[in-house]
Design a protein around this ligand. Structure first.
Ligand code: ADP
Ligand code: MG
Length: 413
């Protein structure tokens, strides 16, 4: 019996190992189909090699892949497992096929309902709730079995205990591994992102300063030249155009400069109310041109140290993106909230614009990623860099065609 137990465990480990070796560098949202396929294989193997107890009773660990896929993927992804489970069960035959069909249907309908809540939990609670669910499922299963066989003797309890402990034990170990993979992946992404920001900010600081001076000088001389009387209209037009382009170049350079290290003369200790007030005045005209209604909510008493200019720039970048996302569809509502939640300052910026797909979402904040004709793809990078410097975090929720919410969480000091 111990050998089959180990074998079953190995079968459950198999998807985890394959995933680590071949797919770990891709976000798990991209290879869901592969994960489901691996889970189907592992579940089938579990069913083919059940654990035989000395008393002749058999049970297996088929519900472990089933529960894990239900929790991480929801109804859509667990459905193939459900189909394969029942086909195999009928193929193996014996009594109880119908009961198994009924039981798995109930599991298919109920367990994935918890998917959204589950994904919102932290790592530890996800592990615990998966184990609890595995306990519940096995419990219900055994109750169903006991109702059918109608004999609740000591032997039954012995079987029940071993089935439940094996299931929970295996679930615990597999879940710890799965969560570890996810944590490692996220950590790696964070390190790469902060490395990216470092490169951009160092480059920005050194190059932008050097470029800014010649730009200012050229700008000055062109303006002088523009005042000359001997110029034809055509020549004046050329100078106008050159000046316009210079202004654009200066804007890009100052965008880059905002990545640089926080400047000590700009540092303040405050609760962001001034920044909200200031950015409000700047963004209102832009919003009303595009028929966007803006709602402000301020309810925060916590303070922290930050670079005033960078914080303003960061907020403006987010507002602008929100408004730009709504301008195609002819307006909408931009809601801006600054709140406090447990020792954290929370800034929430919510628009009702075009939204993003998962694919697009994963690219936001990478240098030069832009879907706009005139876009630089630096706005969000700047936002990430600023919040990173404040040891904060950013959560984005976006639904294609519905809108986008950016939530910045900054620890108070
Ligand atoms: P830019 O605005 O210059 O394009 P950003 O870094 O500010 O660069 O934004 C990068 C991309 O992220 C945008 O081009 C857009 O596709 C997407 N994006 C950012 N914010 C939003 C939003 N609120 N709604 C929809 N898409 C957005
Ligand atoms: Mg932008």
């Amino acid at each position: 019996m111990f050998e089959t137990l180990l074998l079953n465990f190995l079968v459950l480990l198999f998807p985890v190992v394959i995933y680590i070796i071949f797919f770990e560098n891709r976000p798990y949202t991209y290879c869901r189909k592969i994960i489901v396929l691996l889970a189907v294989m592992s579940m089938s193997l579990c069913m083919i090699m059940p654990i035989h107890l000395d008393s002749g009773f058999i049970f297996d660990l088929r519900y472990i892949p089933f529960i894990i896929v239900s929790l991480y993927g929801g109804h859509k992804y667990v459905f193939p497992l459900y189909v394969v489970l029942n086909i195999l069960r009928f193929y193996v035959g014996g009594d109880g096929s119908i009961h198994s069909l009924l039981f798995s249907t109930v599991a298919l309908l109920l367990i994935p309902l918890y998917h959204h809540r589950f994904m919102g939990l932290n790592s530890r609670n996800r592990i615990l709730s998966a184990c609890a669910l595995s306990f519940l499922t096995m419990g219900c299963y055994l109750i169903a079995v006991s109702l059918i066989i109608k004999q609740m003797n000591q032997e039954f309890w012995l079987i029940a205990t071993s089935a439940i402990t094996t299931n929970i034990g295996a679930m615990l170990i597999i879940m710890i591994l799965v969560e570890r993979i996810i944590t490692n992946f996220n950590n790696r992404e964070r390190i790469i992102q902060s490395e990216r920001l470092n490169v951009v900010s160092e480059l920005a600081a050194s190059v932008s300063h050097e470029i800014r001076n010649p730009l200012t000088v050229t700008n000055g001389f062109l303006q002088l030249l523009n005042k000359s009387d001997s110029l034809t209209d055509r020549e004046k037009r050329f100078i106008e155009l050159s000046l316009q382009e210079l202004t654009r170049a200066e804007k890009i350079v100052s965008d880059y400069l905002s990545f640089a290290k926080p400047q000590s003369e700009n540092m303040v200790y405050s609760n962001m109310s001034d920044e909200l007030e200031y950015t409000k005045n700047i963004i209102m005209p832009y919003a009303s041109i595009h028929d966007v209604e803006v709602e402000f909510t301020f309810n925060n008493s916590l303070s922290t140290y930050y670079d005033r200019n960078q914080m303003q720039q960061c907020l403006i970048n987010l507002y602008k993106n929100g408004i730009e996302a709504m301008k195609e569809s002819g307006g909408g509502t931009l809601s801006i909230e600054i709140l406090e939640s447990k020792r954290n300052i929370v800034i929430r910026i919510c628009d009702t614009g075009v939204g993003m797909t998962k694919e697009e979402l994963s690219r936001v904040g990478k240098p030069y990623y832009s879907t706009k004709e005139e876009g630089t793809g630096l706005g969000m990078l700047m936002v990430y860099s600023t919040i990173n410097k404040l040891k904060g975090s950013i959560k984005v929720h976006s639904e294609k065609g519905e809108g986008t919410t950016f939530q910045l969480t900054i620890p108070a000091s």
